[in-house]
Design a binder for this molecule. Structure first.
Ligand code: C2E
Ligand code: MG
Ligand code: MG
Ligand code: MG
Length: 291
């Protein structure tokens, strides 16, 4: 039945590439059930403006707490979902949940932008813009509250198709970010054609910033490239105050990382917002906050 689903000739590639071991097949049917039964969770990791200390937004990160295998990391089940086409249902679940949570925060006066990760197959799905429009209408979010994270490699896989979908969503008001910037393969010719708002420096360049001259050079170059293209820059993987201070010195705009906060379930995220020194809106700014 896999062959039947293929309109573009992916099927043979998938059959030879994907290890359809019994465990994998079981996991995939369990993932399908987890999505249907709402057994997945969406965590949120704060993004903080480096120069002002204000909460800028949060990245939505999927979590699967499996009844017998325990916690399965997204790095394991997302690529698997991508290969087995389960990613469409997964992305739909993530978008629904993220937009709903985002609407709730805005109702509460917490003016934050929510980042959602898209995968390669999502960017080649012509239904995606209508799907997103439908979820936006159902939840009452405004497109400008949402940042869609894509990777260089996802765009470079049939770039004209991806560009058409990205441009449609951009015309609807959604913002785009290049995730893990510097690790994928990409072409500056395509980069300049993308309607981007943000570049995210991959954590592999950020985590060792204090010890690596090369990483310093790369991080500074990405910040300059982004600013010269009129984009803002987020550094992911900020684990220490020393790194945060360096990024501030280099004029990086936004930080995300364990030093500020790990990804949190909604209730904990709400608590973090309440007691952090990173107010998200004027109402919260007047409080004297202790963290
Ligand atoms: P990503 O989009 O680059 O997300 C950032 C990852 O870095 C997250 O891992 C986050 O927990 C981790 N991280 C953040 N700060 C730090 C830090 O200071 N130190 C270290 N060591 N790690 C940090 P996570 O949540 O395990 O997600 C891994 C990847 O899985 C994501 O990388 C993203 O590519 C993918 N992913 C997660 N959720 C989704 C989703 O809903 N849809 C899709 N398509 N992909 C997702
Ligand atoms: Mg991301
Ligand atoms: Mg990233
Ligand atoms: Mg990453």
């Amino acid at each position: 039945h896999i062959a039947q689903k293929s309109a573009k000739g992916y099927a043979l590639y998938e059959l030879s590439f994907d290890k359809h071991t019994p465990l994998r097949l079981t996991l995939m049917s369990e993932l399908r059930r987890a999505i249907e039964k709402n057994d997945l969770a969406l965590f949120y990791q704060p993004k903080v403006s480096i120069q002002t200390n204000e909460l800028y937004g949060a990245e939505a990160l999927a979590r699967w707490n499996h009844p017998t295998h325990g916690f399965i990391a997204p790095d394991e089940f997302i690529p698997m979902a991508e290969r087995t086409r389960m990613i469409k249902q997964l992305t739909q679940w993530v978008l629904k949940r993220a937009f709903r949570d985002c609407a709730t925060w805005h109702e509460q006066g917490i003016d934050i932008k929510i980042s959602v990760n898209l995968s390669t197959r999502d960017l080649h799905d012509p239904d995606l813009p209508d799907l997103i429009a439908g979820i936006a209408a159902a939840t009452g979010i405004k497109p400008e509250w949402i940042i869609l994270e894509i990777t260089e490699s996802a765009v470079m896989n049939e770039p004209e198709n991806a560009l058409a979908i990205i441009n449609r969503l951009h015309d609807m008001g959604y913002q785009f970010s290049i995730d893990d910037f510097g690790t994928g393969y990409s072409s500056l010719a395509y980069l300049k054609r993308l309607p981007l708002a943000e570049l995210k420096i991959d954590k592999s360049f950020v985590m060792d910033l204090m010890n690596s001259e090369n990483d310093v050079a790369i991080v500074k170059a990405i910040i300059n490239l982004a600013h010269n293209l009129g984009l803002y820059v987020t550094a992911e993987g900020v684990e220490t105050n020393a790194i945060l201070e360096k990024l501030k010195e280099y004029n990086c705009d936004i930080a995300q990382g364990y030093y500020l906060s790990k990804p949190l379930p909604v209730t904990e995220f709400n608590n973090w917002v309440k007691k952090s020194k990173a107010p998200a809106c004027p109402a919260l700014k007047s409080n004297t906050l202790i963290s």
